[in-house]
Design a protein around this ligand. Structure first.
Ligand code: LMR
Length: 327
């Protein structure tokens, strides 16, 4: 009897010891851009904060530059549980929700501050839960910045885009945006853009300054317009089932780390957008051209018919809420 008790006690001690030294939960966070960008820096900050808040409990592994998964594969990988966290561009959710297409409407937001106000609004925050039924949990919006048009010829007026092939993200709205100016849009993964521009598979594209600089698009494009015609932002997302199965203390630590890392990334986006633009200008490989009011008005009126095409899918009240954020 005594021996049996001792054995039970020893067994309990062993189990306790094993639990105390349980292996950390491995969390893979994959994205397609460089570490220096707002998203790259937010991801690294998330690792730093989460591992500090949950010592020994989590092992956060960051995979930048499409190293683990690129566009096209990453969402499936998330749903299969091969990766736990992603931060795709808002242009890449069309398969999962039509409402988020709102962010691709050309000339909808006056600037990134307006985008920020809309994302913080009741309507904007509601979009974070819009894919839960599909197994996707939205943690928060993360900024990159306004997009700039580029090509090997100046794009002063929309007629200059006629007949040009433009690389676009996987978005039906962006497809219509370039068709509206007579362009020939082609959906390509981010990892393929540099080569496609270099080899002439496409003639032009659109991206914010941090992506242009860190992926050297300015080395394979002769002109970049200060067009600010649309936004490229992200939603940081997780596999909803995986998230629901995490212990409450881990959920709490990760939620805090996520909120702080997004705040940090947004500050980088606000503070460094113009610095990336300056780096592009200083390298003097592509010419950065201003767009005056008349040119901007011409682009806006050529592209704006796209809004009507997607109003039914997105919903007029949501578009009105976004417009309200412009003031
Ligand atoms: C793109 O494909 O151009 C962007 O979505 C890349 C990114 O994540 O910023």
């Amino acid at each position: 009897m005594k021996l049996k008790l001792k054995l039970v006690a020893a067994g309990m001690l062993l189990a306790f010891g094993m639990a105390a030294h349980a292996a950390p939960i491995v969390i893979k966070y994959s994205h397609v851009v460089a570490d220096v960008t707002p998203k790259g820096q937010a991801a690294l900050k998330f690792k730093e904060l989460a591992e500090k808040k949950l010592p020994g409990k989590v092992d956060i592994q960051i995979f930048p530059n499409s190293q683990l998964f690129g566009d096209g594969k990453e969402m499936e990988a998330l749903l299969l549980g091969d990766v736990q966290i992603l931060a795709p561009s808002l242009a890449k959710f069309g398969k999962y929700t039509k409402q988020i297409q709102i962010f691709d409407l050309p000339f909808l937001f006056d600037d990134i501050q307006a985008v920020d106000r809309f994302q913080a609004s009741k309507e904007g925050q509601g979009l974070l839960n819009s894919m839960e039924k599909k197994g996707i949990k939205g943690f928060g919006f993360l900024h990159n910045g306004m997009k700039q048009l580029s090509a090997n010829k100046p794009l002063g007026y929309p007629t200059d885009a006629k007949g040009l092939k433009f690389r676009i993200q996987a978005s039906d709205v962006l497809e219509e945006q370039f068709k509206a100016v007579g362009g020939n849009p082609q959906k390509l993964a981010f990892a393929e853009v540099y080569q496609a521009l270099q080899t002439g598979v496409v003639d032009g594209t659109e991206n914010p300054w941090s992506n242009i600089y860190s992926k050297k698009f300015h080395e394979v494009q002769k002109y970049i317009m200060d067009s600010n015609h649309g936004v490229l932002d992200y939603m940081v997302i997780g596999n909803a089932k995986w998230w629901a199965g995490l212990p409450p203390d881990v959920q709490k630590g990760l939620s805090e780390a996520m909120a702080e890392s997004i705040k940090f990334g947004n500050k980088v986006a606000f503070d460094e957008d113009m610095a990336f633009r300056k780096k592009v200008i200083d390298e003097n490989k592509a010419k950065v051209l201003p767009m005056n009011k008349e040119q901007t008005a011409a682009w806006r009126s050529a592209m704006q018919p796209v809004w009507k095409k997607f109003e039914g899918e997105i919903g007029k009240p949501l578009i009105d809420a976004a417009l309200k954020a412009n003031k």
